[in-house]
Design a protein around this ligand. Sequence first.
Ligand code: ATP
Length: 262
Amino acid sequence: MNAVQPRVEDGTAALRLLGLHKVFGEYTAVDHADLTVAPGSFYGLVGPNGAGKTTALSMAVGLLRPDEGRSEVFGVDVWADPLAARKLMGVLPDGLALPERLTGRELLTYLGQLRGLDAKTVADRATELLDVMELSGDAERTLVVDYSTGMRKKIGLATALLHGPRLLVLDEPFEAVDPVSAATIKRILNRFVAGGGSVLLSSHVMALVEQLCDTVAVMAKGRVVAEGPLDQVRGAASLEDTFVELVGVKVGGGEGLSWLAS
Ligand SMILES: Nc1ncnc2c1ncn2[C@@H]1O[C@H](COP(=O)(O)OP(=O)(O)OP(=O)(O)O)[C@@H](O)[C@H]1O
């Protein structure tokens, strides 16, 4: 790749969120959140609906300006030096807005050139990524606007990987993805981490986080209520039981709804 990567000191955290805070109107979506993703770690962020995960990740990667706090990618301040930070990370945002009237290959070519990769590197990587994501063959004639939700996740992940980042920040990468594609994505992410990359993903699927991640954080009501190695956070219980206990959610038993039984 000919795009120059910023210099990174060994041992610097892959990602640090330092007191990130966001208020929408009267509502505090993220309340002074701190997180540290160690280099080489596979980090899972979990939390109930509305906990503030997407808001926190959007601020962390430079897509949403925080009211307070900052975020560093390998020591580079995301808001002070966005270009350097973006070279180091690949992002799959929630509800990714992609240029839609392009095929997957056209999209990768466009983004690759925008990121300063030479034409041959872009072409080689696009072919490899489309193959691995099972978006080659017939799918190559499909415009992104006609992609299914799962296909959009996969092309989104391909765009995140294209420039060879050292950190991936993925908001719900497995949502609406079929089991075969999920297995493919898991393999790619495991390979990325085995090669020295770092991943931060959010997910609602506890079993998946337990299977993939070595470190987890639990968010509830905008706060980080637990963070640490997976085994430490869940203790002797499952992550799901720990999660329910930590976030204090009431598990709905379907009381009421009597009309459903009629
Ligand atoms: N642009 C916005 N304007 C107003 N409120 C917002 C905005 N974005 C998020 N919120 C609110 O902030 C809270 C946190 O939302 P967020 O999407 O970050 O949660 P989440 O943990 O990602 O949820 P989910 O798991 O359902 O995706 C929610 O109550 C949401 O309604």
